[in-house]
Design a protein. Structure first.
Length: 186
């Protein structure tokens, strides 16, 4: 890759990656193969990662003479810990879907033929909940993740208090007390 191409990629593609994390809508990755390099980085920008049993994850950029450039060293370290990420980025090694689940990178592992159905099932479950409250939950986790625990719990408390000004709190509590099905705000 020449320098001009590299700069064009960094200027035009990497900012689009950040849109995943900034989206108010939850994004679920379904990895049914290799999530290496940018693919792994893209999956880590999603809110939930599901994987097929044969999926593999890694940051093999060192084998290409470079480093992960779209948050791979930082997001992966936060997901699986410093020692494991150092092993992966310093060697180009991969981890299996099962190892990724144990390490906390992946939420669940499914047989390949069930992966998409299970991903859609989770998306439908989340879509059946309040869009406002789902967005508030996502904002709390993502914003608080980059704060100290004290700052994050204060931020969470502010969002929690803000949730009491929504119609969802009244409807949700009433539905709970009346033992009726959960509501959906459309």
């Amino acid at each position: 890759m020449n320098k001009k191409t590299y700069h064009v990629v960094v200027a035009t593609e990497f900012p689009n990656f950040e849109a995943f994390q900034k989206s108010r809508k939850p994004i679920i990755a379904a990895v049914n193969g290799y999530a290496l390099g940018g693919g792994c980085e893209l999956a880590m920008m999603c809110d939930i990662i599901y994987a097929g049993e044969k999926a593999q994850f890694g940051q093999p950029e060192i084998l290409l003479g470079t480093i992960p450039g779209a948050g791979g060293t930082q997001r992966l370290a936060r997901a699986i810990g410093k020692s494991k990420v150092m092993e992966l980025v310093l060697t180009g090694n991969r981890i299996s879907a099962q190892e990724a689940e144990i390490a906390g990178l992946v939420s669940k592992v499914f047989p390949p033929d069930q992966l998409i159905d299970e991903t859609i099932k989770m998306a439908e479950k989340i879509a059946g909940l309040s869009k406002t409250i789902v967005a508030m939950c996502k904002e709390c986790v993502n914003t608080g993740y980059d704060m100290t625990l004290t700052e994050a719990t204060h931020f969470e408390k502010r969002i929690f208090q803000a949730s009491f000004s929504t119609h969802e709190i009244n409807e949700g509590m009433t539905a709970f007390v009346e033992k009726r099905p959960k509501f959906n705000d459309g």
